[in-house]
Ligand binder design. Structure first.
Ligand code: 13P
Length: 209
C-alpha cells in the first residue's frame, strides 16, 4: 500500500514529499512540454534521494477532475520518451481515456497511441487514468500493451453512493443506533471494498505486491 498523491501540482508535490508520502504524481501535463520537463526533473532528483516513486504525466486526459479539464487527448510518443528518460518511476499518457463516466459516443482507448508510446518508452510502466467504465476487454488489452497501473475513482464513489442510499431509503438509520457513523457508513465502505476486489481480480494484481 502506498500513500500516493494523485494529480499533484508542483507545490502540492513538494508539500506531500515533506509530509511523508511514499508516492507522488506530479501532473505537469497542462504546462508546455519544456516546463513539464523542467519541473519533473526537479522532482525526480528529490524523489530519488528519498526513495519515493514518482509518476509524471504527458498529454491531457479528458473529463474533469479537481477543476482540471481535458478533452480525451492522446499523448505525443516523443514527449512521452522525453519525460520517461528523466528517470520517473511510471508515466501517465493520454490514450483517449477520460475521468468520470464515459459518454455514449466514446471512441474507446487508442491502442495505436498506446503501442506507439510503448515503443518509445521501452520498459517504463504506463499508467491508465479514468479507469471507471472502461470495458474489461479494453483493460486487458491495455495491460498486455504495457499498462501497469490503473486508476479507478468514480466507480468506487458510485458504489458507495448506491449502498448508502439503500441503507437510508430502507430507513435503517432510524432503527436502533443505525445513525451511528460506524453503521451508517459501513455498507458504503463494504461496497468500495467489493469494487476494489473486483478490479484487482480483473487487473491481475492479486498477490503481486
Ligand atoms: P475515474 O474517476 O474516471 O475512475 O478516474 C480516476 C483517476 O484517473 C484518478 O486519477
Amino acid at each position: 500500500v502506498a500513500l500516493h498523491l494523485d494529480h499533484g501540482s508542483f507545490e502540492g508535490a513538494k508539500a506531500c514529499i515533506n509530509a511523508g508520502f511514499s508516492s507522488i504524481m506530479f501532473d505537469g501535463s497542462h504546462y508546455p512540454i519544456a516546463e513539464n520537463i523542467a519541473k519533473t526533473t526537479q522532482l525526480v532528483h528529490t524523489c530519488d534521494v528519498l526513495g519515493l516513486s514518482l509518476e509524471a504525466e504527458v498529454g491531457s486526459i479528458g473529463g474533469e477532475e479537481d477543476g482540471v479539464i481535458g478533452a480525451g487527448e492522446c499523448a505525443d510518443p516523443d514527449e512521452c520518451k522525453a519525460i520517461a528518460d528523466l528517470g520517473v518511476t511510471m508515466l501517465a499518457a493520454g490514450i483517449g481515456n477520460i475521468h468520470g463516466k464515459y459518454p455514449e459516443n466514446w471512441a474507446g482507448l487508442s491502442f495505436e497511441t498506446l503501442a506507439a508510446v510503448k515503443e518509445k518508452v521501452g520498459d517504463m510502466p504506463l499508467v491508465l487514468h479514468g479507469g471507471t467504465g472502461i470495458p474489461a476487454d479494453m483493460i486487458k488489452k491495455a495491460i498486455s500493451l504495457g499498462v501497469a497501473k490503473i486508476n479507478v475513482n468514480t466507480e468506487c464513489q458510485l458504489a458507495f453512493q448506491a449502498a448508502t442510499r439503500e441503507y437510508i431509503e430502507a430507513g435503517k438509520d432510524l432503527q436502533g443506533k443505525g445513525f451511528d457513523p460506524r453503521k451508517l457508513l459501513a455498507p458504503g465502505f463494504e461496497a468500495i471494498k467489493a469494487t476494489v476486489k473486483e478490479k484487482m481480480e480483473l487487473f491481475g494484481s492479486i498477490g503481486k505486491a
